[in-house]
Write a protein that binds this ligand. Structure first.
Ligand SMILES: [Zn+2]
Length: 220
């Protein structure tokens, strides 16, 4: 039942604890007994060691949810070396699920980093990490059928006066790019990188009030 509610592929909930003032802690285990070696592609069943740690997930109602996960290490028969398994729902060396990161980035776009951090679920450092990850994930993305482009900005915490620029497909409410700087040159580089076949379809650009963007109009 809890496994179904959690809606994460490839894992099952084995126990649940609730701690007052902290939230719900779900202990989960991978369903599959094997994993594929990233070096040689060989399937491995040989468990080398368990590696359990706690990450944050989407809250249930008002309750924060933590997952105690097990990222197992297997020993590859072929390479004779251990490797750590990939989990679909959480990147390595991250303290939160991918879906929590997506939700938080969306919230930051609607509000700002400080007010999202104030809710207590994630820290400002985690949010800035999420934005960086989203930025590199989207780096190669090229929009199709983009008609209304929104250009916005997010004020960063580190280094006063630092901003990310955010490009959004307004019709699909979809994030297209996060740029580490909001300079005209950075944005111009991305837009030109899409090529004329994408830019020609853009009918409307909605630009944040920051005056630095205005002259970008002539590109479109
Ligand atoms: Zn191998």
């Amino acid at each position: 039942m809890l496994t179904e509610l959690l809606e994460l592929e490839g894992v099952k909930v084995v126990s649940r604890h609730q701690h007052k003032g902290i939230g719900i802690i779900l202990e989960i285990e991978p369903i599959h007994q094997e994993s594929i070696c990233p070096r040689c592609g060989e399937k491995s069943h040989k468990l080398h060691q368990n590696h359990r740690y706690i990450i944050k997930d989407l809250p249930w109602g008002e309750s924060p949810v933590f997952l105690e996960i097990n990222r197992r290490q297997f020993k590859c028969k072929k390479c004779k070396r251990p490797f750590s398994e990939e989990l679909d729902f959480v990147e390595k060396r991250r303290t939160y699920t991918k879906r929590l990161a997506n939700r938080i980035v969306q919230e930051v776009l609607e509000k700002d980093i400080n007010s999202v951090a104030k809710k207590g679920l994630v820290t400002t450092e985690e949010i800035e990490r999420m934005l960086k990850d989203a930025s590199s994930e989207l780096a190669e993305f090229k929009p199709t059928d983009l008609k209304r482009l929104g250009i916005d900005e997010i004020a960063l915490i580190k280094g006063k006066g630092n901003y990310c620029a955010v490009l959004i497909d307004l019709d699909k409410s979809k994030l297209i790019a996060i740029l580490q700087k909001r300079t005209q040159e950075e944005i111009k580089k991305v837009l030109l990188g899409w090529g004329t076949e994408v830019l020609e379809k853009v009918e409307e650009v909605s630009i944040d009030l920051w005056k630095g963007y205005r002259s970008l109009y002539c590109l479109l």
